[in-house]
Design a protein around this ligand. Structure first.
Ligand code: ZN
Length: 192
């Protein structure tokens, strides 16, 4: 083992050197792919803040230390939102990471309303790892919206996003109690 350290969640964490290296590689990869993108908040924050926020929720708030989940969280928007292919993810990070990232990737060619419906339909069939990434993604998105509505979003759109996110999450409950509780906490701050 390369190192053992406590991340403030009450138990020691160990990653072997290959896992740690792959995690750092995913950070650098995601930072590079998202480098020209900004979030939809007023400050137009750097996009990379979002995947980093997911990992923070997973590791420090939910105590999830599976490196495959952490790496997939870092990469979760690269296929959907950047010029990154699934084959490239497999080449750089292996078939397991590719499969988790693909599970949480929307096919944007289908249009927004179809993508949203498909997320609800697919939620019950997600792997345990993909469920964790999906929960962290929705937690972070709801927290961002609760803090400040995205530019151009009316109250109704924020409320509709909260309700849709809950429909997705309700379809994948039962495997990640801590993350589900964090989701329920933020859902209670539904705007309006
Ligand atoms: Zn995301």
């Amino acid at each position: 083992m390369y190192s053992v350290f406590d991340l403030g969640v009450g138990k020691p964490v160990s990653l072997d050197v290959q896992e740690l290296a792959l995690l750092v590689k995913a950070m650098a990869f995601a930072a590079d792919r998202h480098k020209d993108q900004r979030r939809k908040d007023l400050e137009a924050s750097p996009y990379i803040n979002h995947p980093l926020a997911l990992v923070d929720v997973l590791v420090r708030e939910a105590g999830i230390h599976d490196h495959r989940v952490m790496i997939s969280a870092l990469l979760h928007d690269t296929i959907e939102d950047t010029e990154t292919s699934a084959a490239e993810i497999e080449q750089e990070f292996g078939a397991t990471i590719r499969s988790i990232v693909e599970e949480v990737t929307d096919d944007k060619d289908l249009g927004r309303s179809v993508c949203k419906r498909r997320q609800v339909e697919r939620a019950p069939y997600l792997s345990t790892e993909a469920r964790a990434v999906k929960l962290a993604d929705k937690i972070c998105n709801l927290r961002d919206i609760a803090r400040q509505a995205p530019v151009g979003w009316e109250l109704e759109r924020c409320q509709a996003y909260f309700d849709w996110a809950k429909q997705v999450i309700d379809g994948l409950r039962g495997e990640h109690a801590k993350l589900e509780a964090l989701f329920d906490d933020i859902y209670r701050q539904r705007p309006g």
